[in-house]
Write a protein that binds this ligand. Sequence first.
Ligand code: GRF
Length: 419
Amino acid sequence: MTQAKRVPVAVLASGRGSNLRALLEASKAGHLPNADFRLVISNQPDAPALLVAQQHGVEALAVDHRPFKGDRAAHERAILEHLQGAGVELVVLAGYMRLLTPTLITPFAGRMINIHPSLLPSFPGTNAQKQAVQYGVRVSGCTVHFVTEEMDAGPVILQRAVPVLPEDNEHTLAARILAQEHQAIAAAVQLITSDRLEVIGRQVRIKPNPDSDSKTPLLHPKSVEIVVATGNAHKLHEIRTILQDVPVVFRGTTEFDPMTEPDENAPDYLGNARIKAQAWQQKTGLWTLADDSGLEVDALNGRPGIRSARYAASSEARNRKLLSELDGVPFEKRTARFVCTVVLCGPDGEEYHATGVCEGHIGFEPKGEHGFGYDPIFVPDDFGGRHLAELSESTKNNISHRAKALYGLKPALGKLLKM
Ligand code: GRF
């Protein structure tokens, strides 16, 4: 495979096809200029992956295994014929749910790769994410590897780590791993089709990019990590959930040595978020995200606003104080809004920011078990008078000030992932 020539690629998939979609979208975006996606084959005639292929104008073929009545070699010979007929040089297994035999593996030795949702050699086989949760590991992730006869055991091309959180179940973990898979599989195909891999025994070396002036954005062979400058576990969880489709590992400040937090003495949210982001960026050297938010109550001339976190000693005390300040104020005059500004700071002085607002009223008593901070006394518009802490996590994550601000940051995160 030389760099000048486009490599004919086939993808084998049995199910949903989100990794296939990630590849075809990366190709459409110009990230895989040396990959020529010729063919998608599924052993399941109704696999959504075949539709994904068609939507992207790639030939989609079902080679149903059932008529072969357990004769794996015969089924694979049928697939091999299609692959050879299309001149395929690289086969990507993306959720192909059948164990392969030498019939298909041998002709594509060193030219067939697979993506697996764990950090191999841990948790090979099916239900890797469930295995990881049940085992209690703190970190899992995904692996792209060359396919050899032993299942999930070929030389490792790329791995991406994903933290396993205390509240994770197999589904939440699988969703976060999948976001990383989509990046990893495209990065691996980019590396292979631009002839940047060298296999020495079990080890796969990534050669430097020979064309450093290339206009093709390099996909990251490593995970991108962003520090979230907060020690508040609720906030970290919320940010991870809101941005779960962004293939970034978000690290809380408790994962680092402690430092004296800087004074948040700026006159506005942007200034305070910037102070926090810059301080943790400088400490860790990593891209850092920080937010500052506040609750602005019109009847109190915008208080507590920038001082929301310092309005009283605890969340309960802050809520009590606010309710007593509004004693006697009727509902229609209790208008208020949550405002959040998020700032993302990079190691070379880069800065991106966005602001989100959630309009509503202050209720008359705390209600609800979800959320944190002022959520129990805030009644967002358009939710039938229910308090923010009464709404499910997913509803809150659609309407909250923090969610809106973080969505506003997505274009910047997209840029960062392509750097
Ligand atoms: C992915 O988790 C992949 O790692 C595993 O099967 C799943 C396929 O997902 N081998 P999709 O069909 O690409 O959405």
